[in-house]
Design a protein around this ligand. Sequence first.
Ligand code: HEC
Ligand code: HEC
Ligand code: HEC
Length: 272
Amino acid sequence: MKRILVGIMALSLTAFAGNTVKLKKPPKELDKYYPPNAKAPLFLYNMYQASTSFTGMLTNVQQKDWKNAEKWAGRLKESYFKIEKMVPSWKKYLRKNEMEKLVEAVKNKNIANIRKYANLVGQSCSNCHKKNMLPVKVKYHYPSVDLISIEDPVSGMDYSVEDYMKKLSTSYKLTKVFFDDDKTKRALKSAVDFTKRFKALTQSCSECHTNKIVENVYFGKKTNKALRNLVQSVRQKNKKNFMQAMNSIGGVCYKCHNVHETPLMLKSKLEK
Ligand code: HEC
Ligand code: HEC
Ligand code: HEC
């Protein structure tokens, strides 16, 4: 029996290992090529340059415009070799030899070799992308909330986004619990606190967004109406209206989390 169990455990462990998604932490050297250390995402700009050059080269080969094909092949090589200058440890992904051969094939107008080496270089691009693109995007593109604080209108204290969410979530749940328990006075206090806390979230938007329009997506007329209905339905002990208001507001939590929380969860894994 024991042996069978161990066998099953080993099996399920390997099954798990096969199902694990691994994210490589981006190499430290990349920090230099992204804000706030650089003015712009310079590593990404070099990628755009590589990609445009690849297309420029192939299109001109197709049109038999050899002079321009050579120009773009040269630029492609330049961007490709620059990857190693920026991130030395990524040398292992590069096929520099094949890149040289590609430039040569374009010079010699050798279509068969152009095809062969363009494929090999292209494969090296996708091989690195498969392993590194997602973690690099998550780490360097998604903004952090670490320096943001939100003032709680109920206690007057400043909280991190995470702690503020805990407060907000507690007053949301307590509103439900007290309503369900018929403790109307407490339910009303929680509902009012919750409403204040929910509206006060808008303090934080301008940390990342420059236009006010985004606020309307979560805090527009429909949300304000649901917040008013929430307090009113507690007062009137109207269960149907209460549930409707709570669900409508819950939908806003859900929407915002899909855009703002999920990427942060991934990001925190890469920064630990
Ligand atoms: C050693 C790794 C590596 C190699 C080799 C590489 N790339 Fe990239 N590439 C990346 C990473 C990492 C990103 C994500 C950068 C970012 O989003 O800031 C990226 C992003 C890109 C993007 C932008 C995609 C998007 O959706 O934003 C393009 C286009 C691109 N690479 C083209 C190429 C081409 C073409 C080649 C080969 C000639 C190539 N790359 C080779 C690592 C590599
Ligand atoms: C830490 C930074 C940050 C904060 C704070 C923040 N957002 Fe965002 N938000 C983003 C990012 C990143 C996106 C993805 C689109 C982009 O890059 O602008 C986004 C997207 C959105 C979108 C989707 C529409 C779009 O522009 O793509 C809405 C709506 C939105 N945010 C509303 C809000 C509201 C309302 C607040 C304040 C309660 C807020 N956000 C606070 C970073 C933030
Ligand atoms: C404007 C966007 C936004 C809205 C609206 C929003 N949240 Fe959040 N919430 C976030 C972000 C961003 C995080 C991740 C914070 C972090 O990890 O630093 C988060 C995290 C959380 C967490 C996890 C906190 C933890 O312990 O890590 C809970 C619980 C939560 N929210 C509850 C709620 C509830 C309940 C509502 C609706 C009543 C709500 N949120 C509405 C943006 C929002």
